[in-house]
Design a protein around this ligand. Structure first.
Ligand code: HEC
Length: 166
């Protein structure tokens, strides 16, 4: 075994260096391909990961109408029917809404409602009711309705940014 391996070793070395050469060629090819792919993916990025804003019609009027019922029953006692706020409860429409929430995702806003509101009974809202209330708040902030209802899906909601544009 020992003597055999001594005899074999030059062959092994040449096989090894051949392997290194092949690996080098493959590696070079990979980098070339990779740099081309990444160039292409930079160009494709705006389409591939199209993120939306609340100006893009991300909920339906029906959904907001359901949200209005939820809001009247669960929120208006403190935030008032017209969302102007009262006492400690801040306004949910107008400049103070965009001051607080512009640049944040609809996901963050929905989670805030779901986890902290109503203040006197947090965590009690059905997730679909909370999301409907969120769409009603968007409507009251003059964001347009669209064709498709807002889906209660984290990835969808994270991809929609609350904007100052209407
Ligand atoms: C019992 C009174 C009360 C009820 C009912 C209530 N809220 Fe609130 N809400 C508050 C108060 C008070 C705050 C401020 C809490 C704080 O600053 O920690 C608040 C804060 C909020 C905020 C954060 C506002 C911001 O700009 O930071 C949102 C959003 C909100 N409420 C939505 C709702 C929704 C939607 C409902 C109904 C599902 C609701 N609230 C029901 C009292 C209430």
């Amino acid at each position: 075994m020992i003597s055999g391996s001594k005899i074999d070793s030059p062959k092994k070395r040449s096989r090894l260096s051949g392997g290194v050469a092949v690996a080098a060629v493959l590696l070079a090819g990979f980098f070339l391909l990779h740099s081309q792919l990444s160039l292409r993916s930079v160009k494709a990025a705006p389409d591939a990961t199209a993120s939306k804003t609340t100006a893009d019609g991300v909920y339906t009027s029906d959904q907001a109408a359901h949200g209005k019922d939820v809001y009247s029953q669960q929120c208006s006692a403190c935030h008032l029917e017209d969302m102007s706020g009262s006492g400690e409860a801040p306004p949910l429409a107008g400049e103070s809404f965009t001051d607080s929430w512009a640049g944040h995702s609809v996901y963050e806003f929905d989670q805030t409602v779901l986890n902290t509101m109503p203040l006197d009974n947090p965590g009690s809202l059905d997730p679909n009711d909370a999301l409907a209330a969120v769409t009603y708040i968007l409507e009251k902030n003059n964001f347009p309705a669209g064709k498709d209802p807002l889906k209660d899906d984290p990835d969808t909601l994270k991809n929609i940014t609350i904007s100052t544009k209407k």
